[in-house]
Write a new protein. Sequence first.
Length: 265
Amino acid sequence: MSDSALDIQIDARGVAHLTLDRPDVLNAFDESLIAQIAHAFLTLEANPQVRVILLSARGRVFCAGADVAWMRRAAANTHEDNLIDARRFAGMMHAIQSSSRPVVARVQGGAYGGGVGLICAADIVIAAEHAVFSVSEAKLGILPAVIGPYLTNAVGLRQARRLALTASSITAAEALSIGLVHEIAPEAQLDGAVEKTLGDLLRCGPHAQAEIKKLFGTFSVGPITEDVRDRTASAIAQVRAGPEAKEGFGAFTEKRKPAWTVDVE
């Protein structure tokens, strides 16, 4: 659509490219962009051609978090209206995190506030070496509530608390060291690093990947209890009896590529 702040393209490999396209406001969220992202992920979930989702942004900043104009409108709203608004944002975050497809975030510049939340909801994050990150809400007298669980899952409770309490900026190197991002690359090599990861993902079984996300989404850091052992055993028993596993084992023994492999050369 012509007024869209989110560009959506699906390439021949089944990679869905979702690009934040509000560079004039540093790709900040407003009600419209939140709705567009949530709708896009729900639509892509229903598209069997989609194998991987790549989330990126135009301009020098990946995402500056909440749009100031949106926040000003929210400040004038009733508690009930703000609750509805926050639930929409929470719904968008859940749509990203719960996608059955692998979600890769390409971070070419800074990520602030809700922008950090976006990358925490992704499965794999690849950032430019010069990118900076800040959980900046406390500077505005608010808190990173909706993104808090995603941030904690990404970096652990103590690091999440530090980032939220100080609202300080960290470099890409520090983000890598605490697990906020998975890989950093010089700006000129960022696309190459992203393409390598896409290639790795496209060589794996899509049903297996969906089951990995479903199963791993039930885990929490802690004791490996009998319930956890039972769930993991049940999951592998179900998957390895399915057609994708049969194809994967057959391809391995026959020394050929499995049927789901996409040519990424």
